[in-house]
Design a protein around this ligand. Sequence first.
Ligand SMILES: Nc1nc2c(c(=O)[nH]1)N[C@H]1C(S)=C(S)[C@@H](COP(=O)(O)O)O[C@H]1N2
Ligand SMILES: [Mo]
Length: 314
Amino acid sequence: MKIKNVPIKPSEITPEAVWLNRRKLIQGLGIASAGTALSSMALPAGWIEQKGFAAHETSLREEVTDEELVTTYNNFYEFGTDKEDPGKYAHEMNTDPWTISVEGLVAKPGKIGLEDLLSGIDIEERIYRLRCVEAWSAVIPWLGFPVKKVLDKFEPLGSAKYVAFSTHLNKSEMRGTRSFFSSIDFPYVEGLRLDEAYHDLAIFAIGMYGKELPNQNGAPIRLMVPWKYGFKSLKSIVRIELTDYEPPTTWNMSQPSEYGFYSNVNPNKDHPRWSQASERRLGAGFFGRRETLMFNGYSEVAGLYSDMDLMRQF
Ligand SMILES: Nc1nc2c(c(=O)[nH]1)N[C@H]1C(S)=C(S)[C@@H](COP(=O)(O)O)O[C@H]1N2
Ligand SMILES: [Mo]
């Protein structure tokens, strides 16, 4: 997919008035290819810019991390284990056309092209912290929409209790999956409890910094669950399955004592090999450490876990 620039760089929360101006600007830009390519399975180039997006009010008032850092310092093991590998090699992945299959305990299972999946869904900008389990973090202006909006289209059955997600796997395009040295198996898989997936803060992201997602950040569609460690937010999703059992997850299968199913950001629960009490914001330098907050600061999710011991169910 072609990535076009919008001449706007959000640096904070976007108030409604600013958003309205921005939207006019974007609509003005998007006329050239409006109304074409509606039958393609992936998104037409510039789709986000044509459609525009709304800002979501969040309580997060922190400086947005430099886009250059967020697109060159990544975890995407399918392209290698070094932080620079995804930025160097993820362009080898073809994201057009893109289809997602939705299976399991839903009334309307099926395969759907990305553009059809997004029809009728409004795109919002959400500025979220991403807190990696390795103790670095970033503040990123995502473009996306609540996970529940997709799930509702397929009508989960009453028996569904969890959602499982899988990443695209193509060995010829993903050099990390051909390596003997990877510590994890592919495809990369993750899961959420259904009530977690239905929480308004859990989103699918299709863009960031006002543009389509770069491949290294999980194009064309990824999960972003801001109150959990970054590894829950899997990239380049091709499969969603509703289940009545807790689905297997990549890092838990690899190191069960280190990574649990829930993986909520928790400064009180150390990783067996390092503390989780503080984090370093990307670009903040050696002295740029700050306290890690419970649920990464998204305390509105606490009710999801009120009957759980989070030191045991981590
Ligand atoms: N498919 C897939 N998704 C993935 C990963 C991965 O290796 N493969 N890494 C995860 C980890 S550990 C983190 S911290 C975030 C990083 O997202 P970013 O590179 O966009 O900052 O992606 C997550 N999603
Ligand atoms: Mo991570």
